[in-house]
Design a binder for this molecule. Sequence first.
Ligand code: ATP
Length: 235
Amino acid sequence: MLEVAQLQAAYGAAPALWDISLTVGDGELVCVVGPNGAGKSTLINVIAGMHRARAGQLRLAGEDITRLPGHRFCAAGVAIVPEGRRLFTGMSVRDNLELGSYLPRARRSRAASLQRVLALFPALEQKLDAPAGALSGGQQQMVAIGRALMSLPRLLLLDEPSLGLAPAVVLAMFQAIRDINAGGTSVLLVEQNVVMAMEIARRAYVMEEGRIVAEGLASELMDRPEIRKAYLGLE
Ligand code: ATP
């Protein structure tokens, strides 16, 4: 589904990503973990078309999307749930969700997509007419994920969906991500919650200082003491 090859990105003269190569298979759930400042958000923003690559290639389902203008990434089938959610807090939950389906293909399925989002997050049903800003953090994260799903993505990118949420809500969020993936959507998940991300992901990449320093099946990486200690902050 996604092939990233020798990707580089920078902020002005400061490099942020060095030669990143990774793949997400069709229907696969892959996570990227690593400490603060490792470059995870930059990577996911480049894949979403929100930050330009300086070198390297992005292919989505075989199509080279590297040089597409940012606003065309959504039509190509990529949707991002950005860090911090970026909802329109004064607008209703329904309007926030519908913003995700503004392109013609998604607009045609708007009613069915909304039902799918409500089936995934039943708590939102009672809140459709409430301003998004009045919702709890967990519910706002559901709206952000729902908005991304409304665009009918082939690849869903999630940047730290568990950040700032209570443990019980985090569990529900990871279960929802698992359900979305089980429905056939390929997922690339960036997380600092290493243990939970590794539990739901099939494969994982570990980043440090803008590079990928380890990769493999999530279960295998979790079984390697040197990886746990050096990169995952686990004993
Ligand atoms: P976090 O979990 O804190 O978001 P991260 O792994 O996602 O960390 P990035 O946010 O991608 O890491 O940051 C990678 C590097 O790029 C860091 O050195 C950071 O200081 C730098 N950086 C990030 N955003 C900007 C920006 N807008 N301008 C300049 N430098 C930036």
